[in-house]
Design a protein around this ligand. Structure first.
Ligand code: SAM
Length: 263
């Protein structure tokens, strides 16, 4: 699920986020499917296609050695597996590798378990690392070709610190890519969406996961996350060059993909 804890004291936020993700790690997919009506899978496919990971791509800055990708808050491995599949099957690149980093060891354990069914299990193309996105001393400066964060940054206590850290670890020319819930652009659709999210999502949480409060936090955190334009400015603030408009709306702005390039 896509939790956030914007409305609790900063000191408590990290442990609350941790506790919730530990408890939902195993029912994570079911809840995502129910809450998004399965659409999160289409968004994730699109996100990865738009990045075209792998060396044979036109943007293959990493050459023959494949890309070094860091998937932050990647717990379940959803984005990592898709990126490795894309590099392998579309770009015929068997060198690109992904490190899945997450603050929560239980989410990583779930991702590792799921990786057993992939060709990347126990290979040097896929690794898991417990890390806080805001401070990653184990990741070297200028070492990453692509940094991805999908439905994660909303949960971070200090988002700007995480963006600055993304800038530090990326190589010059490296790409920052973030998919996150955003602001619905059409006022009529926004009204329908808000009614759905504020009533149905906590109810689904109560019925399926037995946890109404956490799902209440989810909708509130989406409300509080910066708009497309505000978030783009935070990315710029970290030092990134913004390509084009800087973001792409998904499903009328329910979610958005933001990108930045390290000059
Ligand atoms: N990327 C996956 C996806 O798209 O389905 C998982 C997203 S899940 C909603 C959010 C993840 O963010 C959780 O696994 C949580 O443990 C992680 N997280 C929260 N705060 C974090 C932080 N400061 N650093 C790294 N990961 C964090």
């Amino acid at each position: 699920t896509h939790f956030g804890f914007e409305n609790i004291p900063e000191g408590e936020k990290e442990s609350r986020v941790g506790a919730v993700f530990s408890s939902v790690a195993s029912s994570y997919d079911t809840m995502n499917d129910l809450m998004s009506l399965g659409i999160h899978r289409l968004w994730k496919d699109h996100f990865v296609r738009s990045l075209n990971p792998g060396s044979c791509s036109k943007t293959g800055a990493a050459g023959q050695n494949g890309w070094n990708i860091l998937d932050i808050a990647g717990g379940s491995g959803d984005i990592a597996f898709r990126m490795l599949d894309h590099a392998t099957n579309i770009n015929h690149d068997r060198a690109t590798r992904v490190t899945v980093a997450d603050i929560n060891a239980d989410m990583l354990a779930e991702g590792r378990k799921r990786s057993i069914d992939t060709p990347y299990y126990n290979t040097d193309r896929l690794s898991f690392m417990v890390a806080n996105a805001e401070h990653m001393p184990d990741v070297a400066d200028n070492s990453v070709d692509l940094y991805t964060v999908s439905f994660g940054i909303r949960n971070f206590t200090d988002k700007q610190a995480a963006l600055n850290e993304a800038f530090r670890v990326l190589k010059p020319g490296g790409v920052f890519a973030c998919m996150e819930f955003s602001k619905v652009q059409n006022p009529v659709f926004n009204e329908v969406y808000k009614r759905w999210s504020f009533s149905a999502i906590p109810l689904i949480g109560q019925l399926v996961a037995g946890d109404r409060a956490s799902y209440q936090y989810l909708v509130e955190s989406i409300e509080k996350f910066p708009s497309q334009e505000e978030f783009r400015e935070m990315i710029r603030q970290a030092g990134f060059v913004i390509p084009g408009q800087g973001y792409e709306n998904l499903s009328c702005g329910i979610a958005a993909i933001h990108k930045g390039v390290k000059p």
